[in-house]
Design a protein around this ligand. Structure first.
Ligand code: UT7
Length: 325
């Protein structure tokens, strides 16, 4: 029996030109390159220029993904954009992307699940495509976290960066076997009991301000590995796949220590782990498609490879996706 699958046709990304190194941060606040590298693996991050908005990053990433997929923008009938740093409270940043791409049909909307946003957007688009309601989707993660950081808080401002990544998905009939191409399974979770451990202290309804990111880093760290591994085990159980069968592990890039510990607990070999946290920092919803794009473009991720994605972030939210490239 055939199965409808959301097959990845291509990916793309965009990083703002300005690079901010750990050494530059150490000139401004009480931190050091040594502390940041040792505790997080981060060496630098990209920062959006004045007047460069989340939509601009997203549009560049979307165009790169369409080019890579060999698809004309007019063939896209669904845009799901994950962001916690939209251009405006409304309308959705996704409609700015839709407009810039010259698309007047179909539907475009934003989705907010903080660092898990790309996995949530991927799962949402997958459900639309498999239902038959839409044919081709752009799934985008785009963030300008530099705009919501408290640059005097060394516990958070050294961690985050700006960027965007995108994938193009197409609904295709596949044989209905574990060797099918496309998204094989997705698993999403949230638990609002943890909502005050990682949050922004402003918003239109509460303070009428944008606010700044606040995090109990150690508390987030404590929960991260367990939540990540649980939801990956869900993906393995749903598909019968095992850690040995995974070709590439492309995790949310928050902290190298969290990534290493998760891979170790799951028995995923270190050489299968795609790491970009050193160069990008934590770009929230953009981190997975940014990392994916690096590994696809440098030839690591190839057609037919089994790729495991995961993320965990504010809410808490967390999720996984298993994709045959
Ligand atoms: O993407 C969403 C999910 N977010 C995450 O996954 C982040 C999870 N949390 C983390 O990655 C880590 O908790 C951090 C990297 C944020 C912090 O690392 P840590 O090993 O948990 O450090 P800590 O918060 O326990 O702080 C240790 C020390 C403290 O000093 P004392 O109290 O021991 O004297 C901090 O004040 O390090 C100090 N510290 C710093 N020192 C230099 C905190 N930030 C800095 C800094 N530079 N930037």
């Amino acid at each position: 029996m055939t199965a409808k699958r959301s097959v990845v046709l291509g990916c793309g990304s965009y990083l703002p030109r300005k690079v901010l190194t750990n050494a530059e941060l150490a000139d401004r606040i009480d931190t050091s390159d040594e502390w940041i590298v040792q505790r997080t693996g981060i060496r630098q991050r990209h920062i959006a220029a004045d007047g460069e908005f989340t939509s601009h990053l997203a549009i560049n990433a979307a165009r790169a993904a369409l080019d890579h997929a060999g698809i004309d923008a007019q063939q896209i009938d669904l845009i799901v954009l994950a962001t916690s740093t939209p251009d405006n409270t409304f309308p959705a940043t996704a409609v700015a992307v839709q407009h810039a791409l010259g698309i007047n049909h179909g539907v475009a909307f934003d989705l907010q699940a903080v660092c898990s946003g790309f996995i949530f957007a991927l799962a949402t688009a997958d459900n639309f495509l498999r239902s038959g309601s839409h044919k081709r989707a752009l799934v985008i993660g785009a963030e300008t976290f530099s705009r919501i950081l408290d640059w005097s808080d060394r516990g958070t401002c050294v961690l985050f960066g700006d960027g965007a990544g995108a994938v193009v998905l197409e609904a295709q009939d596949q044989p209905g076997k574990p060797t099918d191409r496309g998204i094989l399974t997705t698993h999403l979770r949230s638990d609002g009991r943890h909502k005050s451990k990682l949050f922004v202290d402003g918003g239109p309804s509460s303070t009428q301000t944008v606010g700044h990111l606040r995090m109990e880093g150690r508390e987030v760290f404590k929960h991260a590995v367990g939540m990540i591994t649980d939801v990956i085990v869900d993906a393995f159980n749903a598909t019968g796949a095992s850690a040995e069968e995974i070709d590439w592990f492309v995790p949310h890039q928050a902290n190298k220590r969290i990534i290493d510990a998760s891979a170790h607990k799951l028995h995923i070999a270190p050489q299968k782990v795609v790491l970009t946290v050193d160069l990008h920092g934590n770009t929230s919803a953009a981190s997975i498609p940014l990392a994916l794009n690096v590994a696809v473009k440098d030839g690591r991720v190839k057609k037919g490879d089994l790729v495991l994605l995961e993320a965990m972030g504010g809410g808490f939210t967390w999720g996984s996706a298993l994709v045959r490239w």
